[in-house]
Design a protein around this ligand. Structure first.
Ligand SMILES: [Zn+2]
Length: 340
């Protein structure tokens, strides 16, 4: 099969890879219908993370081709969506709703789903079948549920977005935009998107942002305070992962408020404990337990109540994946869909 390999930072190729086979009786093999490039794929692309002939990709939708002997909930022919972390969905951590930290978790990035086929471990706990074969126009939205929508949704839930709440979203990448959509769906009264790019501001408004703040850092915090009677927001979604954005999120939150952080933090990001002490805010974040939300997200997409697929602004065939990485690296694309 064909699949994306990152030979070294900045060097992406589409190469022949061995077809996946059932290894464990709990595995399924899927043929991908679509896959995509994640903002987190840019970390190795830019050399911030190690990359040495690594298979790439962790987002996926597709059709089950084969299942192991112990798989009971999906069968060949089913159209399925799964999380970027495989989970058994039965351990104590999973049952509490934190499937991304399942005691048996498998990061799909290690398997590499920017490929024609993929082995999905723990298929019963990981995959959710759609009610039938989806119309073609639903594929991008179902794919978004695999990570970027599920992650934005988790951030909004962690930030306790809901009726009567003012929600601030720090970060106007694909996850931040999905956070806007999620906050609105969860009933937030006001959703303030922090963005200085006209195209992303427009998309944020389409997804339900009521206000746009262009300032960042201390000036951004001051603007949020000004818009919230000097108190700060009830709920803040952080979707970047840098020191500046995390502090901006915490400082934009009122005492007693909630921060949901899903931007992947890297080495060197450290929060001052004295400031955290007096901020008196709730902090919850990490790799999103997408599996918790998948059944609801699939239903909302299937019933055409949400259209998160609009977050993809460039579609390329898999063979041109390198162009997709380049476009996201140069920020000429927000999120790239790869087709077969
Ligand atoms: Zn588990």
């Amino acid at each position: 099969m064909r699949g994306v390999i990152m030979n070294a930072p900045g060097e992406v190729v589409v190469a022949e890879r061995p077809d996946p086979v059932i290894v464990e009786p709990t595995d399924a093999i899927i043929r991908l219908t679509a896959t995509c490039i994640c903002g987190s794929d840019l970390w190795p692309y830019r050399g911030t993370e190690h990359a040495d002939h690594a298979p790439m990709g962790h987002e996926y939708v597709g059709v089950v081709e084969e299942v192991g002997a112990d798989v009971a909930t999906v069968k060949p022919g089913d159209f399925v969506v799964g999380s970027f972390v495989a989970s058994d969905n039965t351990c104590e951590i999973c049952r509490a709703g934190y499937q991304s930290r399942c005691v048996h978790n498998v990061m799909m990035g290690g398997i590499g789903t920017q490929a024609e086929k993929a082995r999905i471990p723990l298929a019963d706990g990981t995959l959710v079948a759609t009610p039938g074969q989806p119309d073609a126009d639903l594929i991008p939205s179902l794919l978004a549920a695999s990570d970027v929508l599920g992650t934005g949704w988790f951030a909004a839930v962690a930030a306790e977005a809901g009726p009567g709440k003012t929600v601030v979203v720090v970060g106007d990448g694909a996850v931040g935009l999905m956070g806007v959509l999620a906050a609105r769906q969860l009933g937030a009264e006001r959703v303030i998107a922090m963005s200085r790019h006209a195209d992303r501001q427009a998309l944020a408004r389409e997804f339900g942002a009521t206000d746009i703040v262009e300032e960042r850092g201390d000036a951004g915090v001051a603007k949020i305070k000004e818009l919230t009677g000097g108190l700060g927001a009830h709920s803040v979604i952080e979707a970047v992962g840098t020191q500046e954005s995390l502090l901006q999120a915490i400082r934009s939150t009122r005492p007693g408020g909630h921060v949901g952080y899903v931007g992947v933090a890297h080495d060197g990001v450290a929060l001052p404990a004295d400031e955290l002490f007096f901020a008196e805010v709730h902090l919850l974040g990490g790799p999103a337990p997408v599996r918790r939300f998948l059944p609801d997200l699939i239903r909302l997409i299937w019933d055409r109540e949400i259209d998160p697929g609009r977050v993809f602004d460039l579609t390329l065939p898999l063979d041109r994946a390198a162009e997709g990485y380049d476009a996201m690296d140069r920020r000429t694309a927000t999120k790239v869909l790869l087709t077969f």
